[in-house]
Design a protein around this ligand. Structure first.
Ligand code: MN
Ligand code: MN
Length: 454
């Protein structure tokens, strides 16, 4: 169904399915504020559905459900299909990293009676959106003895929160004249964490007190920040949004909304014709680089492993398999915002409530850097969606020359497989509170299932 509002003429049964699915997604999103948590929460769900670690699987045959984890930040799940793997895999790929602030390696300092943590923002953020909101510190501290300490401050009901201050309006005459990117400077995104001096301490006594608290709670020293990965993220759970509860407000919809729906799609199918895959990657927001980004050979390695486990270790088989894959690069789209209509071409914009969004191309300035899917492939996608009665729409990211963005689509496209971007429309993308429609979340799940089975 093309470009129609899902809520119109909806059956009671479907409405219930949408709201039930939304509840489950809210639970997942609230528990998955970092890429590590997104992966470990996903792993728990996969194990419940009978997926086993690939190297623990006894043998691989059709219907086998296995997964690989890479450095605690990537998860690749597979269901072996009825057809040989070399005929291609149906791949759902999404990213689990989201824009946020990361603590620097030497973060802690004291100034004018406060202890603060210095950060470096990760991904594209409007810096002024991150001040004067409740924030949490979530991540890991890795110690020299090899132990890994999980840190989570600000999410439990009884926890304190932290935050970043902004100048009072009364004294902001100069600040208010600055452009948006300068109102809050990157180097000023420092998190306030304390104001009580430690008894008997002369110098930096407030900082010393914070270190004492960290020592008591986590048994860590200041130097352990050197090998820590602590993310400063919005505190609190995702919530229903709107008086009609039609939407979900939360941190990290980009791109955990596509990650979760892709994950659920592969968890909820059995015995597909083609081997099914869901791959959850990291580092998309900073260019898909490195060992855990989509650019990593991890993904290719998992397929080599599967082929080998099924008795085919030929290089050509691996290449053939990659080329025969079909993929949905599952990433969010910019939803049409009635307060900012001027940035969109209305007939090529994504609307909340109109179903999964297919972006034939993304990119900026003349489709630069975009995957630009083949029309033959788009036609096949339309066929698959219509066959299952899935609501879908197509869109570009804003007006031509308005701006743009990228996804992981082109990276997998480099293997010469067919790829198209497909995801959920989001309002306030990259803000601490992003908005999606529950109808679109559920429809994305249906679309991903239809794709795996198509
Ligand atoms: Mn994204
Ligand atoms: Mn993004």
């Amino acid at each position: 169904m093309y470009a129609k509002n899902i809520w119109k003429d909806i059956t009671d049964e479907k409405r219930k399915a949408i709201f039930d699915f939304g509840k489950e997604y809210i639970d997942y999103l609230s528990a998955s504020k970092t890429e590590r948590l997104a992966v470990s929460e996903a792993e728990k769900l996969a194990i419940k559905r009978g997926f086993v670690k690939a190297d623990e699987a006894k043998s691989l045959k059709k219907g086998s459900k296995v997964y690989f984890i890479n450095k605690n930040k990537n998860l690749a799940l597979y269901i072996i299909g009825k057809k040989p793997i070399t005929e291609g895999i149906r791949i759902l790929g999404a990213h689990m990293d989201s824009p946020r602030l990361d603590l620097k390696q030497n973060p802690l300092y004291e100034a004018n009676g406060f202890a603060l943590l210095d950060t470096h923002y990760y991904g594209g953020v409007k810096k002024y959106q991150w001040v004067t909101i409740p924030l949490a510190l979530i991540g890991v501290i890795c110690k020299k003895d090899g132990s890994v300490i999980n840190v989570n401050i600000g999410e439990d009901e009884g926890d304190p929160i932290v935050g970043i201050s902004d100048l009072l309006i009364h004294l902001s005459a100069d600040q208010m004249k600055k452009t948006g990117d300068k109102i809050i400077e990157g180097e000023n995104l420092d998190v306030t964490v304390g104001s009580i001096p430690l008894d008997g301490e002369e110098k930096d006594a407030v900082k010393a007190n914070v270190l004492k608290l960290l020592k008591e709670k986590y048994d860590v020293e200041e130097e352990d920040f050197l090998s820590a990965e602590i993310e400063v993220v919005p505190a609190g759970r995702a919530r229903d949004y709107g008086l009609d509860r039609s939407m979900i407000a939360g941190y990290g919809h980009d791109d955990r909304v596509c990650g979760y729906t892709s994950l659920r799609a592969i968890l909820d199918i059995d015995e597909p014709e083609y081997t099914s895959c869901c791959i959850l990657v990291d580092k998309e927001e900073i260019g898909s680089v490195g060992a855990t980004g989509a650019d990593s050979v991890f993904f290719e390695n998992t397929i080599a492993y599967l082929l080998n486990a099924m008795g085919d270790s030929s290089y050509i088989s691996l290449k053939k398999t990659m080329e025969n894959c079909r993929m949905l690069s599952s990433d969010v789209s910019a939803g049409f915002d009635p307060l900012f209509p001027e940035v969109n071409d209305k007939k090529n914009a994504a609307y909340l409530g109109n179903g999964i969004v297919f972006n034939k191309y993304t990119g900026r300035g003349g489709k630069g850097g975009s995957n630009d899917a083949n029309p033959e492939y788009v036609a096949w996608i339309r066929h698959v969606m219509d066959e299952k009665g899935v609501f879908f729409q197509t869109a570009e990211l804003g007006k031509v020359d308005q701006g743009g963005g990228g996804t992981i689509a082109y990276i997998l496209g480099n293997y010469n497989m067919n790829v198209i971007d497909a995801g959920v429309a989001v309002l306030n993308m990259h803000a601490p509170m992003e908005i999606v429609s529950k109808a679109d979340v559920y429809e994305a799940y249906l679309a991903y299932k239809a794709f795996l089975l198509g």
